[in-house]
Design a protein around this ligand. Sequence first.
Ligand code: ZN
Length: 307
Amino acid sequence: MKKCLPAGLWMMLALLSPAARCAEEDAPVWRTVPPIRAAKGETAPAAMKEHIELLKSRLPGENFTIVEARPFVVVGDDEPAEVRRRAEQNVRWAVKLLKKAYFTKDPPVIIDIWLFKDKESYEANAQELFGKKPDTPFGYYSAAHRALVMNISTGGGTLIHELVHPYIAANFPDCPSWFNEGLASLYEQCGEEDGEIHGYTNWRLAGLQRAVAGKKVPSFKTLCATTTEEFYSQDKGTNYAQARYLCYYLQQEGLLKSYYKKFRANSAKDPAGYQTLQEILGRKGDAEMKAFQKEWEQWVLKLKFRD
Ligand SMILES: [Zn+2]
């Protein structure tokens, strides 16, 4: 669906010459381009206040509501109560639970979250503000503008996916793309269980089940070894789903949070996370991992998409 740069590069671009994407983009055009301040201290309350004042003076229409949800600012043209609800129930909720589960650091920059109320508003305003018609119907992240740009009428799933990336960038800058996208896409469909964020099966399942049935899913060794270029540009259609449902499996087994922590801690000696995956699963070597993959594939085939 979307393509995103790896976490470390994402952060570098966000801070330097932003050009990262969950959608491709060109030169900054918009009237509200941050930065208002250098990155250091940018999300401090005074800077946030200044940012919001500037934003108010540059809104593309009359009917926008601005809600602060540090380090994000939510800007939307739906009913004010609806924009506030999204800020509370999607953004603040997801940030709180993602931080509880994984992250200690907030992104070091203010990021605007534009919630356009429908397709027309999304396309017209993205064009006007960012100089480009979106190439995804759902939404995307624009590091160039430090903005998440969403057609919120398609639901909040993509919004939560995109929220994960700046947190990975801030907390696990060397995270490889496969895990960055696996974790982000896990929360495209999510809720709260016992005070924890919890991903559910989603629309990516059907394609993965077809690929499993057709024996087209690469080994986890191969998935983990993918470079960013390979993950995004040479995807035969299973990369996101395989990564997502590995994360989903680990979550269901109660292993996902410990995998994240161990992976991050060991990333200097195991940057792909494959050794750590074997340790967490208690499987050693290629033969045992092959057996695991078979079990996982059978498990995937039995999953159902609960909408
Ligand atoms: Zn992504």
